[in-house]
Design a protein around this ligand. Structure first.
Ligand code: CDP
Length: 218
């Protein structure tokens, strides 16, 4: 069983997807974390992102591990824990550029499909219901008011010691959404058969219940 949850940045996907997976006792896969991990590795290597051969060589040597440890989704690249570092401002700044690269997408999608074919899971991202698993059993598309999204993101950033203004965060979210929606390869898009959930005025429990209710009814 595949439950696809897509939507723009900070729309509530991660928190919801994690809890839905926990309730249903299935695997949770954060594909955004995978693109963030690749971005971190490419930034560290200091190569030019348009150098296809160098990007491919880095992808060939990159091992991404993701697993739950006491409720925290741990991300490792080549055995190094980068859970915090992939959320840094610098990675966030470049992740849309990196995830627009065809070679990056192809390699991540292979990994995502392998995981999805092996086990039941809740997979969150931008293109899960449209490209990665177009035949997913359930598809949801989460949206929320930009101010609300910025407030949520600010709260998360605080936990990582990042301090920014609401205005700054709004502009970052809008810029990333714009890049993610307008790219040629697998743009952020609601699948025709996805159920849209506006989380602007919903609590986390309400968001989770909405999804669980849909799954129960179908
Ligand atoms: O958590 P947040 O909403 O900030 O974003 P994320 O899910 O961590 O995703 C980070 C970035 O990865 C997005 O802005 C997209 O550029 C890219 N991404 C993607 O292209 N395709 C996916 N399936 C998931 C993420």
């Amino acid at each position: 069983m595949i439950i696809a949850i897509d939507g723009p940045a900070a729309s509530g996907k991660s928190t919801t997807a994690k809890l839905v997976a926990k309730k249903l006792k299935v695997t949770y896969l954060d594909t955004g974390a995978m693109y963030r991990a690749v971005t971190l590795q490419l930034l560290r290597s200091k190569i030019d992102f348009v150098d296809i051969d160098k990007v491919s060589a880095i992808l060939d040597d990159l091992i991404i591990d993701m697993f739950d440890h006491k409720g925290v989704n741990i991300v490792k690249i080549n055995n190094e824990d980068v859970t915090g570092e992939i959320r840094s401002s610098n990675v966030t700044k470049y992740v849309s550029e990196v995830s627009a690269l065809l070679s990056v997408r192809e390699s991540m999608v292979v990994m995502q499909r392998e995981i999805g074919h092996k086990t039941d899971c809740v997979i969150e991202g931008r293109d899960i219901g449209t490209i990665v698993f177009p035949n997913a059993d359930y598809k949801f598309f989460m949206v929320a008011d930009i101010k609300m999204r910025a407030k949520r993101r600010l709260k998360e950033m605080k936990q990582f010691g990042i301090v920014k203004s609401v205005k700054e965060v709004i502009s970052e979210l809008e810029s990333r959404d714009q890049k993610d929606s307008s790219r040629d390869n697998s743009p952020l898009r609601k699948a025709k058969d996805a159920i849209e959930i506006d989380t602007s005025n919903l609590s986390i429990d309400e968001q989770v219940d909405k999804i669980i209710d849909h799954i129960k009814i179908k």
